[in-house]
Structure formats: structure tokens, C-alpha cells
Design a protein around this ligand. Structure first.
Ligand code: NI
Ligand code: MN
Length: 225
């Protein structure tokens, strides 16, 4: 499994021979100006919630690639009504896709579209594929529900928001990693806006002091699991 950071909460995942894009907000992110969305491969687009900083480039990518948009029922329905391929899910449900098993799990946040349309309730994803399991938290507060995830899935990586203000901060993300029983963390949802700027070295050190590995990737770079 290969995971590429495209800035903010945007990810590319290669698993099972398929290409997945998560929460694409790239074309308006000045820090991601070197990423060309017209070159990104996508068989699926996973959306955690409907906020503009997670869906900006969905239609451009889906129109070009014919990717299947996977999200909660309301977001899938929104794009389905516009003629895009979609797969609706809801909290607690899993589906065996051709890349692996995907579960939609709880997040504590909100989820309206920029145009005011109802975006259902926000979530995160657990992906089980190629004998590696990852959790993508989406925008969320620290929540006790995170304790449910390792009861079903032994995680190899947790992708957690750490920017504070709209989501968890670093301290809460450390507690989240305890709840998730996972000491390997990829941080995201930081630095994009003034509200969520973080001190990288201090954040890495705080995780390190708890025996945990926080990775902060350069935009466009990847890790292999
Ligand atoms: Ni949000
Ligand atoms: Mn966000």
C-alpha cells in the first residue's frame, strides 16, 4: 500500500492495483501548487464529509477519470444526482471493494456543502487491503468511538488531523493513537490556513516522547506500508 500526501487532508492511496483519492482539495491550496490534479489517477474518490476544503476538486477529477465517489449516503446522493458514479455508505457499514475492505466510521464534526446542501454526518474510513490496515480519521474531535476500531482491525497506520481549531490538536491526537492502539501516525489537516498552523518539530517530539512516530510528509511525497 502506497500513500501520497497531496496537502491539507488530501491523499492518494494505491492498493490492490487501484488508485484512490481522498478528500481532494488541491487546486486552491497554494502549498500544493506543484500538484496537477489533471495527472492524478483515480478509480475511487473517498470523501469524509462535504466541507469545501475536502471536496473542491472532486468533480474535476471524477469527470476526467469516471471514478466512483464513495461517501455517506447524502454526499453520494448529491454527486449521483449530478451524474457521477457513486457508492453510498453509512456509519458502521463495510463493503468489499476490488481494492480491499472499506468501513465508514464515526467522526465528531459537521458536514454541509459549500452551497448549503445537507452533507449528512461526517465520518472517517478504515481500509483493509494488501494485509495492511489504515484508518483515515477525517476532520474529527477526539472521540471514545475510536476505541471501537482496534476491536475489529489491527491498524498499521492512523492518519489523524493535528491542526487544532477545527479538529484535534497534537495532544488529543496522541490520546487518539492510544485509543486506536497504533503508534505510527501520519499527521494531516495542518498549516493550510492560519487557524491550523503547527510547529512541526515540537509536534513530532511530543509523539516521540510517548514512544510514537508522527510522520509529516512533504506535499507530493509518499510512504509505503
Ligand atoms: Ni471539515
Ligand atoms: Mn477540514
Amino acid at each position: 500500500m502506497k500513500i501520497t500526501f497531496y496537502g491539507h487532508a488530501s491523499l492518494g492511496i494505491e492498493v490492490g492495483g487501484k488508485h484512490i483519492i481522498v478528500d481532494p482539495y488541491i487546486s486552491a491550496n497554494p502549498n500544493a501548487a506543484h500538484i496537477d490534479i489533471d495527472t492524478l489517477k483515480a478509480d475511487y474518490i473517498l470523501l469524509t464529509h462535504a466541507h469545501g476544503d475536502h471536496i473542491l476538486d472532486v468533480e474535476a477529477i471524477a469527470k476526467r477519470t469516471n471514478a466512483v465517489i464513495v461517501s455517506n449516503a447524502e454526499i453520494a446522493g448529491y454527486y449521483g444526482a449530478k451524474g457521477f458514479q457513486s457508492h453510498p455508505m453509512n456509519h458502521g457499514g463495510s463493503w468489499n471493494f476490488d481494492f480491499g475492505k472499506l468501513k465508514y466510521v464515526n467522526a465528531i464534526h459537521s458536514s454541509s456543502f459549500p452551497d448549503g446542501s445537507y452533507g449528512g454526518n461526517p465520518g472517517g474510513f478504515v481500509i483493509e487491503g494488501e494485509h495492511k490496515n489504515i484508518y483515515i480519521a477525517g476532520d474529527t474531535a477526539l472521540t471514545m468511538d475510536m476505541k471501537l476500531i482496534p476491536m475489529r482491525t489491527k491498524l498499521d497506520l492512523a492518519i489523524l488531523p493535528i491542526g487544532d481549531n477545527f479538529t484535534m490538536d497534537v495532544e488529543d491526537a496522541i490520546i487518539a493513537s492510544d485509543f486506536l492502539d497504533c503508534d505510527k501516525i501520519l499527521g494531516y489537516h495542518y498549516d493550510t490556513f492560519g487557524y491550523i498552523e503547527i510547529d512541526h518539530e515540537e509536534s513530532i517530539r511530543k509523539f516521540f516522547n510517548k514512544g510514537k512516530d508522527l510522520m509529516l510528509l512533504e506535499i507530493g511525497s509518499s510512504i509505503e506500508l
